[in-house]
Write a protein that binds this ligand. Structure first.
Ligand SMILES: [Zn+2]
Length: 905
């Protein structure tokens, strides 16, 4: 805030010590608490880094020959690994799983005995005599299978005008390089990799590095040799081959390419142009130029979950990379840019400098997630990427308020646990914390710290401590102590803000405690009401007058009281929604803010709404406090604001699925959303990058979900016209129209969607139709959709999503769960280990009752691995929280709606 209106207490009359003294006391308190903490992390050293392989042998270089047989779904290979033996040993332990090793020799003469252990995913090579310390050469002959699911080498079948075709690709993070070739498959074992692959002559083969040689070895086969990679971790290896095509651009000497199946490369133009821009931006930002001669962006049709930052060869689910203006909404470019910027940031954060072990995965993911938004702000400020992406932080805070949360830096014992680390905490809390830290340290100082970090650890590994050291050196601020409270402990801070008048001046007290949303059964068990241990943070709190004037940042350490303008002026805490914490106001302060809702910036309005909803979930306030707010919103408010409201109403609607009051809730939701939609109407061009089109799409989908008859009828009408004339339906309306037609589908509409799905060859269109028909609420049709997942019709990688959609959008969780139990073996064989580990627990979160908690706990395959146990515990808590909210909030919401209806004039 403006000088003089609000500043920290510094006058001699204040009873609190002056800031310098306070800072000194704070650091003493801080040191004291770190001494008692479980660990303060050390900088990276190879020997101390966690992992499961012995560190007595280090690989330096792999020369790998692979011969995949895409028809038989097998591959064979040989590899020569230059190793360094650090102390004499007769046993070499490396990773290998789902493969056979037929031969292993050391230094071209000594054959070793080979034993494989499926549980630890290792191969042990035993020699008669110990190997002397020093350099040796290991040669292994192996063979394996090409998977139907995206782990290791996998295949993707895709439809074309000439019939179904097959390509192969790889997906290795965190620990599936061991499914392609035996290796030291932990991120600290960095080495160089030189690949040679034998593939059909009409295939294009893509690796991490450029092709240096291609030779025909028969009429139908060729041998492709790639240049050696720089030193890197094994999970960053990539190999893709198929009937592919490539377009390229030169970016300051680096060849940037988009690789697609035939006929689609021009749809990669948007990504290619932006990749060139991003490369220049990152080269400058990180202060270290992209070190490889090429960077390919590879679109895999059907593909796998999202995208993977393999060094020099990023793989993408096809619809996350390609943009077809005739069938994709204009706003799809935002998603493509965001994923591209994320994966390209990884080329530095992750690939050039890699976390030592999966306990520091957030160093990769938190940073890439933050950088994707920062880059979007740089190139497309009109997208308002932080405002529209507000939900990412909300998602993290929802998870982090629970008992099953975990610190950003978490202990990871094995590979199945590493998989569980790819979650909302790692990505989104990491992202939000970095944003807050950058804001506090200053943009330039923060960047200088990152440049130091890159320079110091290039081609090596690092821990979070290494990053804080570099940032501390660059900024001169106590970065490590601020950061540790966010990265080494779990939990969401709650700032309780209350003003009072002293004479004409206003003072603001800021107290912090831990914010929690936990099921009631655990609420009495521990040291506080929630049963969760208390926490405290060093928290940069940005505050100011509503509208954003007179902002200032206070480093809140424990509790504080500061001068805050004139009496009665409404103070907004977490101004701009930059901080990772929730805010609860005193009653008068809250009332003043509610009055000023309209004059808040959209960022502050979204934050105020989201906090109000969270406080309700936590049982700290009643439903009217949130519902009264949404009744005050203007129809022309921003998309992010309406998205927040839609999210809450949809959640309540899900909880109310089997209640007789549901129609009233839905009518109420329609009444809230309809004015916003009516302002926009069905048609309207809008400027290319504004939020009208995506807001219209979200409102149509939501109103359809809430049973708006007009919307459903109009969607059906437009769908019929589209079937006659595809050009009649603009790309921006296709997702919402198909969704609404899908949920309301009768048999003929379902058949029409299915025919469209079967005819489409573009991934985005296939997905749109298949997900629309999976949303059908008619149980007969839902059964039909579930049946499709057992056939060969759907790409394997979307099967889980289809079943999940039947449970969620289709509102048939019982059918989906019965189906999955009945066909568990068949589905699991098709979809791989993650089907039991993570899909099943996630599917069960569509329920909100104790009986299904018991069923999940009794379902053994979900808990076969330690990672599965973690996912199950999280799901159990999610279900219990939903059950609690249902019993507590729904009756109150229903009563509130009734009362509103009766007081209406
Ligand atoms: Zn990532």
């Amino acid at each position: 805030m403006g000088k003089g209106k609000m500043r920290p207490v510094t006058d001699a009359l204040a009873r609190k010590p002056a800031p310098l003294v306070r800072a000194a006391l704070a650091s003493l308190v801080w040191l004291a608490c770190l001494c008692g903490a479980a660990h303060a992390e050390a900088p990276f050293t190879f020997d101390a880094t966690p992992g499961r392989l012995p560190k007595t042998v280090i690989p330096h270089d792999y020369a790998i020959e692979l011969t995949p047989d895409a028809k038989a779904l097998t591959f064979s290979g040989t590899e020569v690994i230059d190793i360094e033996v650090r102390e004499p040993t007769a046993r070499l332990v490396l990773n290998a799983v789902n493969m056979t090793l037929s031969e292993a020799t050391v230094d071209d003469k000594t054959r070793s005995e080979i034993s494989l252990d499926a549980a630890s995913e290792t191969a042990t090579l035993s020699l008669r005599e110990p190997l002397a310390a020093g350099a040796h050469r290991l040669r292994i002959v192996f063979a394996g299978k090409i998977s139907s699911f995206a782990r290791g080498l996998y295949y993707a079948d895709y439809p074309t005008a000439q019939g179904t075709k097959r390509m192969i690709s790889s997906q290795l993070e965190p620990s599936d390089a061991r499914r392609i070739f035996p290796c030291w498959d932990e991120p600290a074992f960095k080495a160089t990799f030189t690949l040679t692959a034998t593939v059909p002559s009409n295939f294009l083969a893509v690796g991490n590095m450029p092709v240096v040689r291609e030779e025909a070895i028969s009429a139908s086969q060729k041998r492709v040799s790639f240049a050696p990679t720089p030193k890197m971790s094994s999970y960053l290896f990539v190999f893709t081959a198929g009937e592919l095509e490539r377009i390229t651009e030169n970016a300051g000497g680096v060849t940037v390419g988009v690789v697609t199946t035939q006929g689609k490369s021009e749809q990669g133009r948007f990504a290619l142009d932006n990749a060139v821009k991003l490369l220049g931006f990152y080269n400058d930002y990180f202060g270290t130029a992209y070190p490889l001669p090429k960077l390919d962006l590879i679109a895999v049709p059907g593909g796998f979950g999202g995208a993977m930052e393999n060094w020099g060869g990023i793989t993408f689910f096809e619809s996350r990379l390609l943009f077809d203006p005739t069938s994709s909404p204009d706003s799809a470019r935002r998603g493509i840019f965001s994923v591209l910027a994320h994966e390209m940031a990884h080329q530095w954060f992750g690939d050039l400098v890699t976390m030592g072990w999966w306990d520091n995965l957030w160093l990769n993911e938190g940073f890439a997630s933050w950088m994707q938004e920062k880059a979007a702000e740089q190139f497309f400020p009109q997208w308002k990427t932080w405002l529209n992406g507000y939900g990412q932080k909300q998602h993290a805070m929802a998870l982090d308020a629970r008992r099953t949360s975990h610190p950003i830096q978490q202990k990871v014992n094995d590979e199945s646990e590493a998989l569980t680390a790819f979650d909302g905490i790692t990505y989104n809390k990491g992202q939000a914390f970095i944003r807050m830290l950058e804001n506090y340290l200053g943009e330039n100082a923060f960047r200088d710290g990152l440049r130091r970090y890159m320079a110091a650890h290039a081609y090596g590994n690092a821990t979070t401590a290494d990053l804080w050291q570099a940032l501390g050196e660059a900024t001169g601020k106590p970065v490590a102590s601020i950061a540790a409270s966010f990265t080494e402990q779990d939990g969401v801070p709650l700032v309780i803000a209350e003003t009072h008048c002293a004479g004409k001046k206003q003072r603001l007290s800021l107290n912090q405690e831990r914010f929690a949303i936990v099921p009631p059964r655990t609420a009495s068990a521990g040291s506080s009401e929630t049963g969760l241990p208390p926490r405290s943070w060093q928290l940069p709190v940005r505050l100011g007058l509503v509208g954003g004037r007179d902002a200032e940042t206070v480093l809140l350490n424990g509790n504080d009281e500061i001068a805050a303008g004139r009496c009665g002026e409404p103070i907004k805490v977490n101004l701009g929604d930059i901080g990772y914490y929730r805010v609860e106001y005193g009653p008068n302060d809250r009332a003043a803010l509610v009055k000023s809702l309209e004059t808040m910036t959209p960022e502050d309005r979204v934050e105020f709404l989201a906090d109000s909803w969270a406080l309700l979930q936590a049982g700290r306030t009643d439903v009217s406090s949130y519902l009264a707010l949404i009744g005050k919103l203007a129809p022309n408010d921003q998309r992010a604001v309406w998205d927040q409201v839609i999210g809450v109403l949809a959640h309540l609607n899900r909880l109310a699925r089997d209640r007789s009051e549901r129609p009233d809730l839905q009518a109420y939701a329609r009444g809230i959303l309809r004015p916003a939609f009516d302002r926009l109407g069905w048609d309207g061009a809008g400027a290319p990058d504004d939020d009208e089109a995506p807001l219209r799409a979200n409102l149509i989908s939501a109103l359809g979900d809430f049973g708006d008859d007009d919307i459903i009828a109009e969607a059906k009408r437009r769908f019929e016209r589209f079937r006659q004339d595809p050009n009649s339906l603009p790309a921006a309306l296709r997702d919402p129209v198909m969704h609404v037609v899908g949920i309301a589908a009768d048999k003929p509409a379902y058949e029409a969607l299915l025919a469209l799905a079967r005819k489409a060859t573009a991934t985005n269109e296939r997905l749109r139709y298949y997900f629309a028909l999976a949303s059908a609420r008619d149980p007969v049709l839902a059964r039909e959709t579930l049946g499709l997942t057992l056939k060969d019709e759907l790409p394997n990688t979307i099967i889980s999503g289809i079943i999940a959609t039947v449970a969620s959008a289709g509102e048939q969780p019982e059918l989906a769960w019965d189906f999955v139990q009945k066909h568990y073996d068949a589905l699991s064989a098709k979809l791989g280990p993650s089907f039991g580990d993570s899909f099943i627990p996630n599917l069960m979160t569509n329920f909100n009752d104790g009986a299904h908690i018991a069923e999940l706990l009794q379902f053994a395959p979900a808990q076969a691995t330690s990672g599965g146990k973690v996912m199950t515990a999280r799901a159990v808590e999610t279900i219990a929280i939903a059950a609690d909210l249902k019993s507590r909030a729904l009756p109150a919401v229903e009563a509130w709606i009734k009362q509103q209806a009766s007081t209406r004039p």
